[in-house]
Design a protein around this ligand. Structure first.
Ligand SMILES: Cc1cc2nc3c(=O)[nH]c(=O)nc-3n(C[C@H](O)[C@H](O)[C@H](O)COP(=O)(O)OP(=O)(O)OC[C@H]3O[C@@H](n4cnc5c(N)ncnc54)[C@H](O)[C@@H]3O)c2cc1C
Length: 409
């Protein structure tokens, strides 16, 4: 059941003829632009990040079409789409299993600069994010500062019109691909921890930066530790004011946590239903098993709940606001349901989830899968998604934010 097909539901939201026509345009575009290779790369992707090569190929296609930044204002190179158009775009991409784009530039740095950058910074960086010329990474976490981000220590001392950086950042996604980083540094340690933080933009090929890989137990390389040894950054690269970066940092996090959309969970749920509906050797279907059927229905209800939370956040944005602390609700619900769906998929596939066949998940390979083809990613996805309740702020920390800022507890 897809939410907008629910009849007689007071929460039912119908689309105008113009929006339905737009949906048709989006479907036609996705149909022609999604090459077989991109579809394959997307369906083999075990987590959030597609291989860099395919990620950038899709980014360029969207850029040429003018659709790479659906949520940016038109004057900054966005599409100028209204709320419903953006919703339709996200939904159709999710249902078509289209690849995502890397969020650090388009989803985090861009909106942050639009809100807090100088005109010069906007003019220089925004077009480069849109074209894909710049690929960003996020330098927030440190070895001893994750959830308690304000305790960060990476030291930045003034030397003329430069800051000189010493210390380290960790868990830096795609630092090995990025040519730029947005980073939080400590410029003052005399007052409240939040008061001495500065938000900076830097080039990854600056002398003194080294990137060391951290390889996951699953064998994939997504994150890194980045070391800074007397790295000089001009003060013109500060966003906002020196020592006042905490406000900018929090503003960016709202975009990081509010992203995504319910459509991909609908897609995962549909995939799961498809597997559960298959008849096994004994002539039975898992979907008919009362215990599994109940799990499926409970999951479908949770996906619907995410759908409406997504609407609340989008409605807040359409009224001129930022996503707000409600984005923490979406972050937690999304992480939980993504993990739960991956667990049910493993359960549905049973022993066919276990064969380790990374070679069969390479685009263009003709290696026959052991078990159903769509099951190849079940276990890698299950493992990869364990990180989703940690990355971008842990579930426990989001729950604290919701308790304090949404519920006023
Ligand atoms: C796959 C992945 C990609 C990432 N990418 C990036 C990136 O690109 N850039 C970046 O800067 N960071 C990145 N991170 C880091 C991520 O933001 C941190 O891991 C996260 O904020 C948690 O910090 P920590 O790992 O230091 O855990 P800790 O903060 O040490 O937390 C340990 C445990 O204690 C709990 N806890 C801590 N404080 C509280 C509290 N106040 N109340 C209740 N429970 C609490 C946590 O919920 C957690 O269970 C990434 C992490 C992962 C896993």
């Amino acid at each position: 059941m897809v939410w907008h097909e629910v009849k007689g539901n007071p929460l039912d939201i119908s689309f105008s003829d113009e929006h339905e026509a737009f949906r048709g345009e989006v479907r036609a575009f996705l149909d022609s632009a999604l090459t077989g290779e991109l579809k394959e790369a997307s369906s083999f992707c075990p987590g959030i990040f597609l291989d860099y090569e395919y990620n950038m190929a899709w980014h360029k296609i969207l850029y040429e079409k003018g659709w790479v930044a659906p949520s940016w204002p038109k004057e900054h190179g966005g599409t100028g789409w209204d709320l419903m158009q953006r919703y339709i775009w996200t939904t159709e991409c999710g249902l078509a299993n289209a690849p995502g784009t890397a969020p650090m530039g388009l989803g985090m740095c861009g909106p942050m600069l639009i809100g807090h950058g100088t005109q010069e910074q906007k003019d220089f960086y925004l077009p480069r994010i849109l074209s894909g010329e710049d690929y960003w990474c996020q330098g927030y976490s440190e070895p001893t500062s994750g959830s308690d981000l304000a305790s960060l220590k990476l030291k930045a001392t003034t030397d003329g019109d430069h800051l000189v950086l010493n210390g380290s950042k960790i868990w830096t996604t795609h630092a090995h691909y990025a040519n730029r980083m947005f980073i939080l540094v400590r410029t003052d340690d005399t007052g409240k921890p939040q008061d001495g933080i500065t938000f900076l933009l830097l080039e990854m090929d600056s002398p003194g930066i080294s990137v060391e890989p951290i390889v996951f137990a699953s064998g994939t390389h997504e994150v890194n530790q980045v070391f800074f040894d007397d790295v000089r950054v001009p003060k013109t690269n500060i966003v906002g004011e020196e020592n006042k970066g905490w406000t900018v940092a929090k503003y960016l996090l709202e975009f990081e946590r509010g992203g995504g959309g319910a459509a991909r969970y609908h897609t995962a749920l549909n995939r799961l239903r498809e597997f559960a509906g298959q008849t096994d050797n004994s002539g039975t279907q898992l979907a008919e098993d009362p215990s599994f059927a109940r799990k499926l229905q409970e999951t479908a209800i949770q996906v619907e709940a995410i759908q409406y939370t997504e609407f609340r956040i989008m409605a807040a944005i359409s009224k001129g606001g930022s996503p707000g602390p409600e984005s923490s609700i979406m972050k937690n619900m999304g992480a939980d349901i993504g993990q739960h769906l991956s667990e049910l998929m493993v359960e549905a596939l049973a022993f066919y989830a276990t064969p380790h066949q990374p070679e069969a998940r390479e685009v263009g390979q003709n290696v026959p899968p052991v078990g159903p083809a769509g099951g190849l990613t079940a276990f890698p996805r299950y493992f990869n998604l364990r990180a989703s309740s940690i990355a971008g702020g842990t579930n426990e920390v989001q729950a604290n934010i919701v308790a304090k800022l949404v519920l006023g507890l």
